[in-house]
Write a protein of this length. Structure first.
Lengths: 193, 172
């Protein structure tokens, strides 16, 4: 009984602690998408790649990339504000190996408050469709998601942390992020997904 | 004085045993994965000759890599892809939470690769499992943060480099 009494006494303190410290963590993790549902596509793919680079590894990269080398310095500056890079990419032998419904679970997460689709982005590659979404938390960008789909390819990229679209190209070819060959067609325009 | 000496000896023995126990715990992951490969695909690892193993250790150390462990499964059957799902879930369940997945790839030609990372003091441990249709390799190495960061920028290159490093000096 005594233990219960102590626990009850500490409860308001615990609640206050969680209110103060858990809220920012939730905001940060809200940009992290659950993309594991795509794993079921792997057996059908000619090639499947799944990259998980968490905050710990990104911080390490921030510390050890050279600030003297221009290319490394650029990447170092970018990753300093990132909390995670998650990539799932599939290449198929023929058309129709995946359907739009395979990506529905991810699009559903991108309809949550905070996520906005940037509609003026397209791929320079023929027959490839690119959807880019950003998660904003107030004035700050909390994350980014890219769904790149072609008849025989599907790539989903989820970057957690502060990064804007203009700087995403600087990460292409690094940390498992493929070359996306995106271009903007107009002035920046956003719409709710 | 005799009692003190006995106590010190006992303390040293205890410290030695503790060090061995800690070392044994640290090696668990590699052994766990090797056993998982053996049980899941019903294969046996090939014993790499001691001298060849030493030669490989020297080679990888020269490349800035430490703490090298290798298990090779040669000329055995890994073609049953239906077993992959159990292996994958066994891997997730068998590794301690500090081992984080970094890269997972699979190809229709039958290559399946998994890379996990874990902090090891100032360095990092990397555990690679590369399975092909007729052979598999399990490699655990310890790398400096600088080496890991260089590889992080191209994780698949890391997989290729590890496989090449681990298998290039295995004698026929």
């Amino acid at each position: 009984m005594r233990q219960i009494a102590i626990s009850r006494h500490r409860l308001p303190c615990l609640l206050l602690f969680f209110a103060l410290f858990a809220a920012p963590a939730t905001a940060q993790s809200s940009a992290r998408l659950q993309i594991n549902s795509l794993e079921r596509l792997a057996p059908r793919a000619v090639e499947a790649v799944d990259v998980n680079i968490d905050e710990r590894l990104l911080q390490l990269a921030g510390r050890y990339l050279s600030s003297n080398n221009a290319d490394e310095a650029q990447v170092r500056e970018l990753v300093a504000n990132l909390n995670g890079i998650y990539v799932k990419s599939f290449t198929f032998e023929q058309d129709g190996e995946y359907s739009p419904t395979d990506v529905d679970a991810i699009r559903a997460q991108l309809r949550a408050p905070g996520w906005t689709r940037i509609i003026d982005v397209r791929s320079r590659r023929e027959n490839e469709n690119i959807e880019v979404y950003i998660m904003t938390e107030g004035e700050r960008i909390g994350g980014l998601a890219v769904i790149s789909s072609a008849p025989r390819e599907l790539t989903v990229i989820n970057i957690v942390g502060s990064i804007d679209l203009e700087r995403l190209s600087q990460l292409e070819g690094n940390f498992g992020i493929p070359q996306l060959e995106m271009e903007r067609v107009n002035a920046p325009t956003r719409e709710r997904p | 004085v005799t009692t003190l000496r006995k106590s010190l000896s006992a303390l040293m023995v205890a410290a030695l045993l503790l060090t061995c126990a800690i070392d044994a715990l640290a090696t668990d992951e590699f052994d766990t994965v090797v056993r998982l490969v053996e049980s899941n695909y019903r294969v046996r690892r090939r014993r790499v000759p001691f001298l060849a193993n030493m030669a490989m250790r020297r080679a990888v150390r020269a490349g800035g890599v430490r703490g090298f462990k290798l298990a090779v499964f040669e000329d055995q059957d890994f073609s049953e892809r239906a077993l992959d799902a159990d292996f994958s879930s066994g891997l997730r369940g068998g590794l301690r939470p500090e081992w984080q997945p970094l890269l997972r790839t699979s190809s229709q030609e039958g290559t399946r690769a998994f890379i996990y990372t874990s902090a090891a003091g100032e360095n990092f441990k990397l555990l690679l499992i590369n399975i092909e249709l007729r052979q598999a390799v399990v490699v655990q190495i310890e790398v400096t943060p600088q080496a890991l960061v260089n590889w992080l920028r191209n994780p698949d290159e890391l997989r290729r480099a590890l496989i090449e490093e681990a298998t290039s000096e295995i004698p026929e």
